[in-house]
Design a protein around this ligand. Structure first.
Ligand SMILES: Nc1ncnc2c1ncn2[C@@H]1O[C@H](COP(=O)(O)OP(=O)(O)OP(=O)(O)O)[C@@H](O)[C@H]1O
Ligand SMILES: [Mg+2]
Length: 504
């Protein structure tokens, strides 16, 4: 494939933001029929490059060519009309409209002055069938899983005539089966000659699906590689700019660490349940223990966590903190009991985009202290500086508006918000989602060291290897019911998977 055959080509792209050069003279090339991964640490510039290619951001310098023709899209709509479509992790469709309406929103076919519903529904069903998805397109989109919603977004993109499909971290909230389904569709589109740009922090997925990899670091192009010729450790080394210490990977660090699990329950839950959400369950969490909640997506992990934190009200059961019966009927009540909860969906439940890093960080602490005890500005700044350093957050300072941080760095801000309240029990729902490989290990180590210092942790992760690495004990959930508890040698990949899937 020569340069001239490129489907999409960008040369010398420069993009500066106040305080940071997000892209410094980056070249990029995508060929037709190619799946190309864009890799790099949090804040490396991946999303910014995509935004430049799709007209969300205008570059300060550089040129973009589509099939040899210079283009400079001024908006995502324009880019889409040209043939470049993007599907983001947080699908921006309308949840309460039907599947078909979502596919045709803004471009509804009109007949006799009104919207031609029959045609919309028929065409939508056909489009989705092409992606091997057979669902009722007249149902509201929100009835379906994130995976299905993503397929709907892809169907929409393809129907507006895509030559280039861009997927920015689409797999973060998909389970293994759903990822497989997405990959099948990607392969199919590749056969049809589409070029696909794929961003993910899951190294395994990169090797399962991509033809080539472009690595960025600190806004600079590190290199372009054939996936098959680049060993994984080298990829990681190129991303982080030094040899990768993967020694922690694959082992159960929790077992090795000298955790101060003294067998005394910090939290005891008896018969806690909520109709239509989760069946009554018992659970103990000891001081200094990392307890994993494992199960498939939708098995009830998040529901369990939300109830313990008082977001959803239980309709049966009791909660005891250090043996004392407590009433946790709101998050504020939970915080006062010493409980913290870092939610999985940072966009809707966590980050306040218009506030600064500092303001986002101190929120939970301020709630804990009460609004009458205002934390002095100087103290806030100290706290923020400490956690920026501790979690290696890429920002030019505590007063940067969070919206302008990269996705993974926003995730770290949320994590900081809860860590700094120094909770006695911290519930972490997918704490490393969207976080790059290097930092992921750092965060896992941090969680274990906090447990070592006596903090209790409820750990929820869709990545089984991560749970295996961090947890001393696991509660297994299936179909919104706690079905087993595992400890010691039982915490081993094959056995955990069998228990989750009930193949014994
Ligand atoms: N609107 C903006 N204003 C200021 N800085 C910005 C803006 N958008 C992005 N940045 C900065 O540009 C850099 C690159 O961010 P980008 O979102 O491209 O990273 P990324 O590689 O996608 O990271 P992640 O893996 O965390 O998603 C970061 O330092 C980020 O803070
Ligand atoms: Mg990003």
């Amino acid at each position: 494939m020569t340069e001239n055959d490129a489907l999409l080509k960008a040369t010398g792209i420069i993009k500066r933001f106040p305080g940071v050069t997000a892209l410094s003279a980056v070249d990029f090339q995508l060929n037709p029929g190619e799946i190309h991964c864009l890799m790099g640490e949090n804040g490396a510039g991946k999303s910014t490059l995509i935004k430049v290619l799709t007209g969300v951001e205008q570059p300060d310098a550089g040129e973009v060519f589509l099939t040899g023709r210079r283009i400079s899209p001024k908006s995502p709509q324009q880019a889409q009309e040209l043939g470049i479509s993007t599907v983001y992790q947080e699908v921006n469709l309308c949840p309460n409209l039907s599947v078909a309406e979502n596919i045709f929103i803004g471009r509804e076919p009109i007949r006799f002055g009104s919207i031609h519903w029959q045609r919309i529904n028929r065409r939508s069903a056909e489009l989705l069938a092409k992606l091997n998805l057979h669902i009722d397109v007249t149902q509201p989109l929100e009835r379906y899983s994130v995976a299905v919603q993503q397929m709907v977004a892809i169907a929409r993109a393809l129907d507006i005539s895509a030559k280039v499909l861009i997927l920015d971290e689409p797999t973060s909230s998909l389970d293994a089966q759903e990822v497989e389904m997405l990959f099948k569709v990607m392969q199919q589109l590749k056969q049809e000659g589409l070029g696909i740009i794929f961003v993910t922090h899951f190294i395994e997925q990169v090797y399962a699906i991509s033809d080539r990899i472009t690595v960025l670091r600190n806004g600079e192009l590190v290199g372009v590689y054939e996936t098959a010729l680049l060993p994984k450790v080298q990829l990681i080394a190129k991303m982080i700019g030094k040899e990768f210490d993967g020694s922690a990977e694959g082992t159960n660090m929790a077992g090795k660490a000298m955790q101060k699990n003294d067998g005394n329950a910090y939290l005891t839950v008896k018969g806690l349940g909520r109709q239509g959400s989760i069946q009554p369950f018992d659970m103990n969490i000891n001081k200094g223990e990392v307890l994993g909640l494992v199960g498939l997506l939708g098995s009830g992990r998040t529901e369990m966590a939300r109830m313990i934190f008082g977001i959803d009200q239980a309709d049966t059961g009791e909660i005891f903190v250090k043996g004392q019966k407590v009433k946790v009927n709101s998050p504020a009540a939970a915080i006062r009991c010493g409980i913290g909860f870092c939610p999985e969906n940072r966009k809707t439940e966590g980050i306040i985009e218009t506030l600064t890093v500092r303001e986002n960080m101190i929120l939970a602490l301020q709630v804990k202290l009460g609004w009458m005890k205002y934390i002095p500005r100087k103290k806030q700044e100290e706290i923020a500086a400490k956690y920026i350093e501790l979690l290696n957050i890429k920002t030019f300072g505590p007063d940067q508006v969070v919206r302008t941080l990269s996705g993974g760095n926003q995730q770290k801000v949320i994590l900081a918000r809860w860590l700094l309240t120094e909770p006695e029990l911290l519930i972490l729902d997918e704490p490393t989602r969207g976080i790059d490989v290097g930092t992921k290990v750092e965060i896992q180590k941090l969680i274990l060291s906090l447990a070592n210092d006596g903090m209790s942790v409820v750990f929820i992760s869709s990545e089984l290897d991560e749970s295996i690495r961090c947890c001393q004990r696991m509660a297994v959930l299936r179909d919104r019911k706690k079905i087993a508890e595992l400890t010691g040698k039982e915490i081993e990949e094959k056995f955990v998977m069998q228990t989750i899937a009930e193949v014994q």
